[in-house]
Design a protein around this ligand. Sequence first.
Ligand SMILES: [Zn+2]
Length: 333
Amino acid sequence: MFLDAIVGQEAAVAALRQMLAAGRVPSALLFLGPHHVGKRTTALALARALNCRRNDGTACGVCPACRKIDAGVHPDVDVVVPDGQFIKIGQVREVSNRLGLIPREARKRVVVLARAERMNPPAAHAFLKTLEEPPVDTLIVLCAASAAELFDTITSRCLPLRFGLLPDPAVRSLLGDSNGLSAEVLEFAVRFARGRARQELRERAGQWLLIREELIAALARPEGQDFAELTDKSAKWTATEDWRFVLQWLETWFRDLAVLGGGTGSASLINLDREEALWAAQGHFPPHVAESCYRQVLAARAGMLLNANKALALDALWMGCREAVRNRTGGIL
Ligand SMILES: [Zn+2]
């Protein structure tokens, strides 16, 4: 990836280009911003610019350094990701040990800590030592969603750069570049992405669009057969990772219903392409019911992430939504 090809993060990329042009890249950078907006990709593009044989702050994309970095096999460019839930002390020690040796090929060694906020306290303490005495010709890039989750002693030693949510055209170009998503699936994926170009959108958006239609049909008639059949589908969705989508999408649907009922217009609807269905659902889901259901979705997700029985949790959610609809006029059944 070339720095020039990073989309939607103009401010961060401009700052990096200035550092490269001036030959003043600090020893530690902190890329702050939401997940899936290009922080790690940008860090690797920077690693290329620092190590390409051109040696002028750009990258050729074809020299051994560029190719090895792209393939993830450069001996002096490391990307550390959480091992399970955390980045652990053993991982940090391994990196520190390598940084104590002479670089094998690189002009500038690069260590990228993806999800740096997932360092557990022992790992963070160990890492702090590396940051306090950074080896020469080494760049450390920490990527994190927010600085609040990192020790102050760590953030204070890094130069922060902010990454924002991606604008829709950037998400469209990132998702549209890959395998031929149909126009309908691509537009759904772009709106559902909400500024984050997740890899799974490319792979699953087509399937998710079908699930969305099943959910819209079921929610249109909370007393109907389709709704009752959601229980059967819960088992299917929780047997795969599709339950995550189901909850994320329900969040957008109930949010859209509350927005529409609140009279703020339809421009900000995430499910704008199904605006008609949203209007039709207002009868069963006036704003206060939509809000109640929205909260239930958040609670269900919290429980499911904590390993609650997922199919049971989804079923409880369907029951809860139906109850909220039944009680919408003040509790008279
Ligand atoms: Zn190159």
